[in-house]
Design a protein around this ligand. Structure first.
Ligand code: SR1
Ligand code: MG
Length: 416
């Protein structure tokens, strides 16, 4: 394909346009047998499942605009380049955690990857009451491996700086996060929307000066603390679950930022699934979700600790200063300090993610699929209250058990 002539794929033209690519013919067979269907239900891109005589693949292509909004919001095709580079790094840092990339075409903004047959989006699975085995443990481990191994705790400085420079180019996707996550929820931004019954709560949040200061401190951390390569959009719509398999997808928002951003986004989306659970699979399922949140954080701590002790090969906290100087205990103290910082960041980012998914442009199916508007508003109100408590009360939530107790307490009360 001519790299200069980007054109969006269509299901009927896809076999002819991609059928000359050897890697795809190897995996799918003769292009005359290929059948493509567009299945994208995300906010940004085209996604095709292509099946042929030998197997299936997924073709994900960026559009030059935000799909959710339309051509009035242009968006560079380069997000596909960042997704490809993030996927290759995540595959190396946590093998088996992401779909295998089979083909990348920068000019067509196209990543062709493994088709995760029999998998569903985690958000949908949680709404239906599914309980994927080992979910929290797998995701906590993914966070620890990708976040530790993408940082100056592990990487050689030149490699890490090269990656920092590479992902610094993901300007427009970062701008989406900077606006939609950190700013828009707290004023009447044009694309915002919320369930009407929430109006009094929304007014209260937008009048809360301390909350707006906290939001901008979190934005500062996101924009200025380039600790590691983040997935950048790690919500339950960016995870697929299948029989005995859990995969993380869609890292097109990848950028360097604080570790707690990814962990916080993930925790927030579990918290929102918890708040919505009584309207879907029931409160027992909510209790299971909280248990998986404990598993996320526990697995994160365990794996991070293992990596801290065995792979601290970057420039930060060099073993020469600690273990090799007979002061292993100081390295342990530094590890605990680091984890404490990640925890506090996690709480703050989780809080803001709860707010933006209810007050901003991009909402969650967890709430959107509750048809009874009063019930939806009540569920969302709990998540709003949780979000505020997390953003303002980080110091009063010392660990995962306090967070889960807070979630249970808030869920027992009416906030409207
Ligand atoms: C305009 S894009 C809206 C949201 O969709 C993506 O999944 C990100 O979460 C982004 O904030
Ligand atoms: Mg996405």
């Amino acid at each position: 394909m001519d790299a200069q002539s980007y054109a969006p794929l269509a299901a009927d033209s896809l076999p002819a346009r991609l059928g000359t690519i050897p890697a795809l013919r190897d995996r799918l067979g003769n292009p005359s047998t290929w059948r493509a269907r567009e299945v994208g239900d995300g906010n940004l891109n085209l996604v095709f499942i292509v099946e042929g005589e030998r197997g299936g693949l997924v073709a994900k292509q960026a559009l030059p605009y935000v799909r959710l909004v339309g051509e009035s919001w242009p968006l560079p095709l380069t997000r596909s380049f960042f997704e490809f580079h993030a996927l290759t790094r995540q595959a190396a840092r946590d093998p088996g955690s992401v779909p295998e990339v089979v083909h990348f075409d920068e000019g067509q903004a196209l990543v062709v990857m493994e088709y995760l047959r029999d998998h569903v989006i985690l958000r949908r699975a949680l709404i239906e009451g599914q309980r994927p085995e080992g979910l929290g443990r797998r995701l906590g481990t993914f966070c620890a491996r990708t976040l530790f191994r993408g940082s100056d705790l592990c990487m050689k400085p030149a490699d890490r700086k090269a990656d920092l420079a590479l992902f610094a180019g993901n300007v427009d996707l970062c701008a989406i996060t900077e606006d939609l996550v950190f700013t828009d929820p707290y004023f009447e931004a044009p694309l915002n929307r919320h369930t009407p019954a929430l109006a009094p709560l929304v007014a209260e949040l937008r009048a809360d000066a301390a909350l707006k200061i906290a939001a901008q401190h979190l934005k500062t951390a996101f924009a200025a603390r380039a600790e590691t390569m983040l997935h950048g959009d790690l919500h339950t719509g960016s995870v697929m679950v299948g029989p005995g398999s859990i995969r993380v997808i869609d890292p097109e928002f990848a950028t360097y930022g604080p570790m707690g951003f990814d962990v916080g986004m993930l925790m927030a989306n579990f918290l929102m699934a918890f708040c919505a659970a009584p309207a879907h699979a029931g409160p027992d399922h909510g209790a299971w979700i909280l248990g998986e949140m404990r598993a996320v954080w526990t697995a994160f701590e365990i794996e991070f600790t293992h990596l801290w002790r065995t792979e601290r090969t970057g420039m930060l906290f060099p073993p020469a200063l600690y273990e090799e100087a007979g002061q292993a205990h100081a390295a342990e103290q530094a590890r605990l300090d680091w984890l404490g910082g990640v925890w506090r960041d996690t709480l703050g980012f989780a809080g803001i993610e709860c707010h933006r998914r209810i007050l901003g442009l991009a909402h969650n199916a967890d709430f959107e699929t509750i048809p009874d508007e009063a019930l939806r508003a009540a569920s969302e109100a709990r998540a709003l209250a949780l979000g505020r408590a997390l953003m303002l009360g980080q110091g009063a939530i010392p660990g995962i058990d306090s967070l889960l107790a807070l979630a249970r307490d808030i869920a027992e009360r009416d906030w409207l």
